[in-house]
Design a protein around this ligand. Structure first.
Ligand code: MN
Length: 327
């Protein structure tokens, strides 16, 4: 399929590059580093080869979220956003941007959000899970009350928030001790991000701000498969659930969430997601450069779904949600 749009596609600047080191064997580093720093060369060639018209670019992970000093987190976010805005200007028909944000300080996050959307012309934001604030061991999740003003501004600006994975801190990851292969994309990324998304759903955030759009990668981080059980476990017990939100958790998933195919190139999983959240809320992505563009595109182009759904998932859903202005 020609004309695809990819939403979870990463780059790095020299200052943020090292955060991506260590996820792969050391002999891979040279290749990964080159992939992260490149925008207009090999990346563009692969996009052309595999029918990707546009990528929404975002910074590598965890980077800004893992800088406990809010002022420094803000500096790195601004620097990366400025760099990305300049690069997008060279090929605005092929690249658009999702902003990095210093979520450590809600007021700073609001300022950089506003600047990124209004001044730099970004189409949304991508945040790498929880933020460390003040010291490396203090973590904040965005269902906490101090973030309500941030969500209010995001809702007013009417742009999507991509909740991207990061690993749990070591002290919160005892279940992975001795089985470190489960960290990262194999399992821990998905668990961490799914729980964060469920916290947002249960917090009442979407009762207060019903127009928010949250995007999850990796075919929804396992949530499409598990959503029914979240709401319906132990159904014989009256008032089984206690959380601040007013409605069933699945109601928020269906009305406020979108998912992408990044790093999960499996038709069986896609069909499950289509049955749970619907083809209107699924969008193609690769997760370049951590996953291969050819693996994503060759799978998606041939997946056994209707051509109407392929067009929506591959292209038009993203154009509508991110207001990309492509016909
Ligand atoms: Mn990613």
């Amino acid at each position: 399929m020609r004309g695809k749009v990819g939403l979870e596609e990463h780059f790095a600047i020299p200052e943020t590059l090292d955060d991506s080191r260590g996820f792969f064997p050391e002999h891979i580093w040279g290749e990964l580093k080159a992939r992260l720093l490149d925008l207009h060369d090999n990346r563009l060639r692969l996009m052309d080869e595999h029918g990707i018209e546009m990528m929404l670019l975002s910074l590598n992970a965890p980077v800004v979220q893992a800088i406990p000093d809010p002022a420094r987190a803000n500096d790195v976010a601004r620097k990366a956003n400025d760099y990305l805005a300049r690069e997008i200007q060279k090929r605005p028909g092929r690249f658009q941007g999702l902003a990095a944000l210093p979520m450590q300080d809600p007021d700073m996050a609001i300022r950089e959000l506003d600047r990124s959307i209004r001044d730099l012309g970004f189409k949304g934001v991508l945040v790498n899970g929880f933020s460390q604030v003040g010291d490396a061991d203090t973590v904040v999740y965005y269902d906490m009350p101090q973030y309500r003003p941030f969500w209010s501004v995001l809702e007013q600006l009417d742009v999507p928030f991509y909740l991207h994975p990061r690993n749990p801190l070591r002290r919160d990851a005892r279940i992975y001790a001795g089985a470190e292969w489960l960290l990262g994309p194999s399992w821990a990324f998905g668990q961490e991000t799914a729980v964060h998304a469920l916290r947002l759903m249960g917090s009442g955030l979407f009762d207060e701000h019903p127009k928010l759009s949250i995007v999850l990668g990796h075919m929804g981080e396992g949530l499409p498969f598990s959503m029914w059980r979240v709401d319906n476990c132990n159904a014989w017990v009256e008032d089984r659930h206690s959380y601040p939100a007013k409605r069933k958790i699945a109601d928020y998933f269906l009305e406020n969430f979108y998912i992408t195919t990044s790093g999960n190139f499996r038709t069986q999983a896609l069909i499950n997601a289509m049955l749970e959240i619907g083809a209107d809320r699924i969008m193609f992505s690769t997760d370049w450069p951590f996953e291969n563009i050819d693996h994503a595109a060759i799978w998606f182009d041939a997946a056994d779904i209707s051509e109407n759904d392929r067009l929506k998932i591959g292209r038009t859903n993203a154009i509508d949600l991110f207001k990309l202005g492509l016909s």
